[in-house]
Write a protein that binds this ligand. Sequence first.
Ligand SMILES: [Zn+2]
Length: 391
Amino acid sequence: MTTLVTGIAELTTCDPTHPDAEDEWGTLHDAALVLGDGEQVLWVGHSGTRPPDADRFLDLGGRAVVPAFVDSHTHLVFAGDRSAEFAARMSGTPYDGGGIATTVAATRGASDDALRALLHARVAEMRSQGTGVIEVKSGYGLDLPTETRLLRLAREVTDEVTFLGAHVVPPEYRSRRTDYLDLVTGPMMAAAAAYARWVDVFCEPHSPHAFGADEARTILEAGRAAGLGLRVHGNQLGPGPGVALAVELGAASVDHCTHLTAADVDALAGSGTVATLLPGVEFATRSRYPDARALLDAGVTIALATDCNPGTCYTSSMPFVIALAVRELHLTPGEALWAATRGAARSLHRDDIGQIAVGARGGLTVLDAPSQLHLSYRAGVPLSHRLTVGL
Ligand SMILES: [Zn+2]
């Protein structure tokens, strides 16, 4: 079953190799698409050169189309509510990463069905705003049975599942951290390998609850030995070893990158590690933003993601993150859209998503607007939604 999509005023393919691409973002005006089963892209080009026939026809009436957003960093499986913590922080209480314990207690106490309902509602919220592939981390169980449950539930909604048993040291292990490291790198990692594609660690010496460089290395090396790809939460609360460690170990992504030295930027520039920026966190914690321009100027590949989580950024909105990146990180709208699609896909080592090219199957997002510029120009307006055909 094929669908010919016309009436696309502006198509941002994020594929600059398209022969009709007008700029580095792979933009085409007055474009058309042919989609096959599973939203696979079969043809992309100007409407005047479109194939004459298809099984179905869809006229978008002059709207803009972009690749479905790739949200490459989320913590979607949790129970409980921390809105009061947010309110306290907004009135001046500093954040040190300890509020996670609140979520851990609620999540351990929640049934599979309750967690599944919460997870599916959050995924639906993301989809309704134009997000396609979503990465989902564990990390609110912090014991063997609950971490395993969270990974199993995450796997029900995505292939991009990340084991984050090393989110923080749970309270019952605070006086015996090495016992917790043994649990994470031993039984938890063995159980995680059945569901997860990635392992992640919150490497942050500025939080007493997170992990230092040596601990993070131990966890990442155990993950690699278990066949998992590597991701790192690094350099969020202050300068630290996360970026250097991620680059040294060949991690796919190091996320946050809020406090970077010149040496960190140089290391990323010479590496295949993507710098994933999460400006919703700085917004929701009223913190300084990362220096995205320094990263781009050095040639680093950046991604944008929500970090959707109950503590430091409970937004599910990639359009909001794009608008923040333009306003606060000084990205151009094109750079921000690229980072939220193709850049995020690279952080997941995926070429089949985050772009609109023949063979891609990451989905399409339609904007009720004539141009992708409106994503940041009209911040907060619900313009974007997933294109669905044949439903
Ligand atoms: Zn995170």
